[in-house]
Design a protein around this ligand. Structure first.
Ligand code: ATP
Ligand code: MG
Length: 414
């Protein structure tokens, strides 16, 4: 029996990779425009990095991580997200020593042992960006505007920006206590996971997608009513900057994140088109993370978007690469002439295809159609002897007679 891929691990086939490249290139362009540089970090880290940053009582660390003991008896984990590794590198290489304000982006595969379904896989891909060293809400607003700009630049206007504030270590305990008080009387209505979350991580109950839990938490206290003065001012500041650039957003006081390191601003780009996989991108501020990982007290903010979900939203749009010219040959004698012409054109940056194994003219033209070539050119004995031929525009059949030299062909193509 043939071997198949691991459950929840996907192949990205040539028919889809054009769409992925479009997303990746758009992200690189928009992020670099905003002054972000790429950082590449390993896909595996010491397990401790994730338990210390994401938090032991989160779904990710409790049950979703791919963790194993390597041959040197070290506990290793395939990264479930990108921020922890990027901040580990930021600290390890003292990137803050030159300038605490770093603008970094990354992209690559992440791994979580989840139940695979549409928009949720065990290997998935994220593109993320982080700004360190800025307390001011200006950084929050720039990150948010960049995210919105990215979606517009990919051609998507559907995902909507939602923001919230989760407070800080000063005011969150008060909110947590108020929420626990509210949930106590509704414990029996909650799912098994949420019964556990109630004692380990009660804010996560607000994020549960089980209908019973959604219902039971209607009317729960709002985190926004419990913010301290500093957090209140900061959140007002973020909104002020977003308003000043007319960036559309809504406030969702029930939004919490599944990672413990978030403080103050949190946000999601939300879609109604992917069922319960509604978050296409998500992030927030993590003012305590860098010091928690052994670095200096430098704040940070960032986000990660799920490429599979962005690709699903882009749908079946055509991103495949079309050849400019398909060269067909009538017989074996013309193939070396055609091959040399193809070589010259490729060197000049023209996308050319030709037939590889001497098929009939009819089947060669079928292939030209299938590849969606813009032009075709048939080379027979006459063309080889005269050094001229006719390029046919596939769209409407228009023929152009010309010398069969790279510079003349390029002129017709341009
Ligand atoms: P969800 O609530 O959908 O589980 P999350 O809160 O776990 O998302 P984050 O950890 O914030 O997600 O990751 C950021 C983004 O990465 C998500 O908004 C989503 O687009 C994507 N993502 C997360 N987990 C998966 C997965 N298992 N498969 C595909 N994409 C994912
Ligand atoms: Mg999740």
């Amino acid at each position: 029996m043939a071997i198949t891929a691991i459950k929840g691990f996907n192949d990205i086939l040539p028919t889809e990779s054009g769409r992925w490249q479009h997303i990746e290139q758009t992200a690189r362009r928009v992020f670099e425009l905003n002054g972000f540089s790429e950082i590449r970090v390993p896909v595996m880290e010491k397990t401790e990095l994730f338990s210390r940053s994401i938090g032991d009582a989160t779904d990710i660390v409790e049950k979703e991580m791919y963790t194993f003991i390597d041959k040197g008896e070290n506990s290793i984990t395939l990264r479930p997200e990108g921020t922890a590794g990027v901040m580990r590198a930021f600290i390890e290489h003292k990137l803050y020593a030159q300038d605490p304000v770093a603008k970094l982006y990354y992209l690559g595969p992440m791994f979580r042992y989840e139940r695979p379904q549409k928009g949720r896989y065990r290997q998935f891909h994220q593109i993320g960006a982080e700004i360190t060293g800025v307390h001011d809400p200006l950084a929050d607003a720039q990150v948010l505007n960049m995210l919105v700009q990215f979606f517009r630049a990919t051609g998507l206007d559907e995902p909507q920006l939602q923001i919230n504030s989760l407070g800080c270590p000063e005011c969150r305990p008060g909110y947590r206590a108020a929420l626990v008080g509210f949930l106590e009387s509704r414990l029996d209505q909650l799912c098994e996971d949420c019964k556990r979350r109630f004692s380990t991580n009660p804010l996560r109950v607000l994020d549960c997608k089980v209908p019973g839990c959604v219902e039971a938490t209607i009317g729960a206290p709002s985190v926004l009513d419990h913010l301290c003065g500093g957090c209140q001012d900061h959140f007002t500041g973020v909104q002020g900057y977003l308003d000043s650039t007319a960036t559309p957003y809504s406030i969702n006081p029930r939004m919490v994140r599944g990672l413990d390191y978030y403080t103050r601003t949190t946000f999601e780009m939300v879609t109604g088109l992917l069922g319960s996989q509604s978050a296409v991108a998500a992030g927030g501020r993590y003012d305590g993370l860098i010091s928690q990982l052994g670095g200096p007290a430098i704040p940070g903010i960032g986000f990660a978007m799920g490429l599979e979900r962005v690709a699903l939203l882009l749908g079946a749009q055509e991103f495949s690469i079309r050849p400019d010219l398909f060269i067909a040959t009538l017989g074996a004698g013309e193939r070396s002439f055609a091959f040399r012409l193809m070589h010259d054109l490729l060197r000049a940056g023209i996308r050319v295809e030709m037939d590889y194994d001497g098929k009939s003219l009819k089947s060669q033209m079928r292939r030209a159609d299938k590849l969606k070539a813009r032009y075709s050119l048939v080379i027979g004995e006459n063309e080889v002897n005269s050094g001229t031929g006719a390029m046919k525009r596939m769209e409407d059949g228009t023929q152009t007679e010309l010398p069969l030299r790279a510079e003349d062909i390029m002129r017709v193509l341009s």
